[in-house]
Write a protein that binds this ligand. Structure first.
Ligand SMILES: [Cu+2]
Length: 145
């Protein structure tokens, strides 16, 4: 093998490794401007929704539960008839590995939601769809592990 060919091959290998590392960083990283707030208005402004992990910090691996609090946007109580839960990792194109569900209505608009399992580090998104007399509305939360 000529010295020149060897240099070209080494350069290609270095570029390939750097490219791979950059790709992996993109794959793992959450966008820098991600909204990490755990209290917000639902998308159409109907409800004030907040999410509190029952264990802190949220860990990769074990089952996790949250308390979701739903009120009218002005803070008044609302009779929630249904909460749907969806989510996943937007950068990875996969959903939640488990099917979390509401296991208790605790009063004052608070609901315990159990059965989340964050199987990988990175950016997770959780979407709650809330049904109540004022209408159906969604709230998305971002969690970065
Ligand atoms: Cu993933």
């Amino acid at each position: 093998m000529s010295r020149r060919l060897l240099i070209v091959l080494v350069a290609i290998a270095i570029l390939a490794i750097a490219g791979w590392q950059l790709a992996m960083r993109m794959f793992m990283a959450a966008p820098g401007d991600l909204d990490l707030s755990l209290s917000k208005k639902s998308e159409n402004g109907l409800y004030a929704v907040s999410l509190a992990p029952e264990q802190a910090p949220i860990r990769e691996g074990p089952l996790e539960s949250f308390i979701l609090t739903v009120k009218m946007a002005n803070g008044q109580p609302v009779e929630v008839s249904r909460i749907e839960i969806a989510g996943g990792m937007p950068r990875h194109g996969h959903g939640l590995p488990t099917e979390p569900r509401v296991t208790a209505a605790l009063g004052d608009g608070r609901y315990r939601i159990e059965g989340f399992k964050f199987t990988m580090a990175g950016w997770w998104q959780i979407r709650f769809t809330i049904e109540a007399p004022p209408g159906r509305d969604e709230a998305d939360f971002n969690i970065v592990l």
